[in-house]
Design a protein around this ligand. Sequence first.
Ligand code: DC
Length: 230
Amino acid sequence: MPKITIAIDGHSSTGKSTVARQLADYLDYLFVDTGAMYRAVTLFALRKGYISENHFDQAGLIEALSQVELEFVKNEEGVSEIHLNGENVEKAIRTLEVSEFVSPVSTISEVRKKLVEQQRKLDKGQGLVMDGRDIGTVVFPKAQLKIFMTAAPEVRARRRYDELTARGHQLSFEEVFENVMERDRIDSTREDSPLRKAADAIEMDNSETNQEDQFHIILQLAKDRIAGRI
Ligand code: DC
């Protein structure tokens, strides 16, 4: 069977990673959550003090980027998790604090250059599902299948809120809603690789579609593309 590259881009909290992971599992492809990479760099910046509540030392972070080593490692259940300099940070990158600063960090061209280079190296022609904001536009403009996911902001904030509170985080719906809106704004208006739909991407609004149905729709699209290559 020929293997294809699948790019899944879209707004925050649209379930991109969930569906990307499901597809990769089903097709036995490699799954890469590029948001986790930007989050890990943000966690590094917070821990090293390049970012604090009212200070962002961008030059310092850029200089320290060579000390950032990211790797995806499968856990005992076969789930791919991100490691920052050898430490599993899959949980630590999912806090609201990291979410608050990840969009500003993602505007830095040096950060993007480093991560995009690493992302491109992960495509070894063995089947890949990668999700993010610029996968279909910048990282893999020739991906055989591109999906652009979106949903109403209230729906996305509600999903994020439910996810965070289920994990024991104490926060209000308003805080989460504001973060989702602010990240959309920064991600869509930044100069380097802004979030936008590639001309040949298929747009899917999942405000009212359940995850299972959406998975089957995208899987069918993937199967059609694979069949088209035989
Ligand atoms: O997918 P996510 O919400 O975990 O992504 C976190 C942030 O990382 C997002 O707000 C913007 C940034 N990002 C990016 O700029 N480019 C990508 N390919 C993936 C994520």
